[in-house]
Design a protein around this ligand. Structure first.
Ligand code: ARG
Length: 590
């Protein structure tokens, strides 16, 4: 099936050609079409073009109007308004015909692929080995997953990278401790260790190792030696290190599963994965003069990065003791992603508090020539999750909040909400449990995805599972309600009736459905999934108005009923697809 040109794109093209026929120097100029309350669209671009050409804007607008073909095909009416705007109304027939073409396009709903898709490597969902995941990791996972889904839908080649923290000096202490207490990571119940048990094992071990490290000088020395062994790739040390990684992965996967999110083992390439590249990265930076030795350390300096004392704060690529840190790994990862994976875009879904690190790393890579105009890197920085009190989210004891507990609580609350209505819908206990899970996890994801990522937001479960307002469960109910009407009407896909006149609420719904592809196109360029959430919420709101004003099963004629069924069917499929792109399920019955 074929992709569908949106009504707004078609109108835009017609205006642009009328415009360039009227004013040849305006060829290729953008008529700046926007949705409008006065008509379907308003074009605001003529004003500026007329000024530039030294002609009267209203006159120019009038000439453009006289060149636009009007009728039933597409543009029904176009008129000059105000100082030189155009108000455009499209025909009912064009709306329904456009939607019918979308409906015929199966799963893609007429959404075109990007014209020139590229390769994006996206770095997201990157917890740390032997450490509990926190709410920041939740944000990275949820936002990153949505961006992956949206980019893949537009045809972009996406390489996923989970840059887990699995390397560094802290492993010396852990490895040494485990070698001295070999039973500590054994699983009591045999092989089938749960994620929770894995994490509590690791946590206990971490605390014990830390305690010994701080108290016992000789242990400290032994631990430091193991760091050297690890970096040298000494086999026994590596084997012990691997146990930490494996145990942590059991835990990570259990959390990702709870999040209802696919993470593939082969996409987990942690900091250790770049170990072999570190020396070469440093050599390249030093030989090109991008990095210089300063007090023994290999450093990159920036004019605009200074400490409180006014002295420059460099990016340290290699410490004076020869050790490599976070920056060396990230610079090596850039080389791998650009030269091996042939990426043209690198994305990093990481906490805004790491913005300076990434700014310095990206600038260093630019100076080295690894990044340039055609190979770019962006941090999709996200803000902090706050508690209800507006302070960073902590438990009462001041500890960071455990992710699993949070998800469990969301699911509990959601299950209660689902249960309340379950009788009316006739849900079985299994369905209640399954829906509770999809509604609860969806609530958490949607809350995260419905505000701009850089903003902090309050984690408020009551609000998140509320049936009214901008929540996932509101959208999920909108979907389920349509599905229930369609089931009542019989499962055959309803046909469109372009010959019918549309009510205002039908037009509004139809014009919004038409914008799906454009919304995705915009997001694929700006990496702002919250705009998809906003789109879907507006879609559900347009649907609510439609229900209020347009009886479906009791419409005036059978054709009108079928056309309305057709409209809500396409709405349901658009909701379903859009929510799936956000990583949220839409149960059939709720
Ligand atoms: N390439 C990167 N540095 N990615 C981000 C890694 C995030 C890091 N593991 C953390 O927990 O903060």
């Amino acid at each position: 099936m074929a992709s569908v040109t949106s009504l707004s794109d078609s109108v835009q093209q017609q205006l642009a050609s009328a415009l360039s026929a009227t004013l040849p120097e305006a060829a290729g100029a953008d008529p700046l079409l926007r949705r409008s309350d006065r008509a379907d669209y308003q074009a605001n671009g003529i004003l500026a073009l007329a000024k530039k050409a030294g002609t009267n804007p209203r006159e120019l607008a009038g000439q453009v109007v006289s060149r636009v073909a009007t009728g039933d095909e597409l543009i029904k009416e176009v008129e000059v308004s105000g100082p030189g705007f155009l108000n455009i109304t499209v025909s009912d027939r064009a709306i329904v015909a456009n939607l019918a073409a979308r409906s015929a396009d199966g799963e893609r709903l007429g959404v075109p692929y990007a014209e020139a898709p590229g390769t994006t490597v996206i770095d997201y969902a990157q917890p740390n080995v032997a450490k509990e995941m926190h709410v920041g990791h939740l944000r990275s996972a949820v936002i990153g997953d949505a961006v992956v889904q949206i980019l893949e839908f537009t045809g972009e080649k996406v390489v996923r990278r989970h840059h887990i923290g699995d390397w560094g000096t802290q492993f010396g202490m852990l490895i040494q401790y485990l070698d001295e207490h070999p039973g500590e990571l054994d699983h009591k119940g045999g092989d089938g260790v749960s994620g929770e048990e894995a994490m509590s094992n690791l946590d206990r071990l971490y605390k014990a190792a830390r305690k010994l490290f701080d108290a016992d000088e000789e242990f400290k020395t032994r631990a430091r030696r193991r760091v050297v062994d690890l970096q040298a790739g000494e086999p026994r040390t590596l084997a012990t290190w691997q146990r930490f990684v494996d145990e942590s992965k059991i835990y990570f996967f259990s959390v990702f599963e709870k999040l209802d999110m696919e993470v593939r083992d082969e996409d987990i390439v942690g900091e250790s994965g770049y170990n072999d590249m570190l020396h070469e990265t440093c050599r390249l930076l030093e030989e090109s003069g991008v990095a210089v030795r300063s007090e023994g350390a290999l450093c990159v300096f920036f004019d605009d990065v200074k400490g409180p004392d006014g002295n420059p704060v460099p990016l340290i690529v290699q410490k004076s003791d020869g050790g490599f840190g976070y920056a060396a790994t990230d610079l090596s990862a850039i080389r791998d992603r650009v030269f091996h994976h042939k990426a043209d875009t690198l994305l990093y879904v990481v906490d805004a508090r790491q913005a300076l690190h990434f700014r310095m790393v990206f600038e260093t890579a630019r100076r080295a020539g690894w990044l340039n105009e055609s190979v770019t890197a962006h941090q999709l920085a996200f803000g902090t999750i706050l508690g209800k009190d507006g302070k960073p989210f902590k438990t009462r004891a001041g500890e960071t909040v455990k992710l699993e507990g949070l998800l469990d609580e969301a699911v509990d609350r959601a299950t209660a909400v689902v249960r309340e209505k379950a009788g009316k819908v006739g849900l079985s206990e299994d369905e209640i449990v399954e829906n509770g899970r999809y509604v609860g996890v969806g609530a958490v994801k949607y809350a995260d995805l419905s505000t701009s990522a850089v903003r902090d937001y309050k984690f408020d479960l009551d609000q998140m599972v509320s049936l009214n307002g901008d929540t996932s469960v509101y959208l999920q109910y909108a979907y389920a309600r349509i599905r229930s009407i369609l089931r009542k009407a019989g499962e055959a896909r309803p046909a469109a009736h372009p010959e019918l006149e549309l009510a205002p609420a039908e037009r509004a719904l139809g014009l919004h459905l038409d914008q799906f592809g454009e919304t995705l196109r915009e997001i694929a360029g700006s990496y702002e999934p919250h705009k998809l959430a906003a789109y879907l919420y507006q879609l559900a709101s347009a649907l609510t108005t439609f229900y209020d004003q347009c009886p479906v099963l009791k419409a005036d004629t059978p054709e009108q009923t079928e056309n309305r069924l057709f409209l809500i069917d396409l709405t349901a499929r658009t909701l379903h697809r859009g929510m799936a792109l956000l990583g949220i399920r839409t149960p059939e019955r709720l």
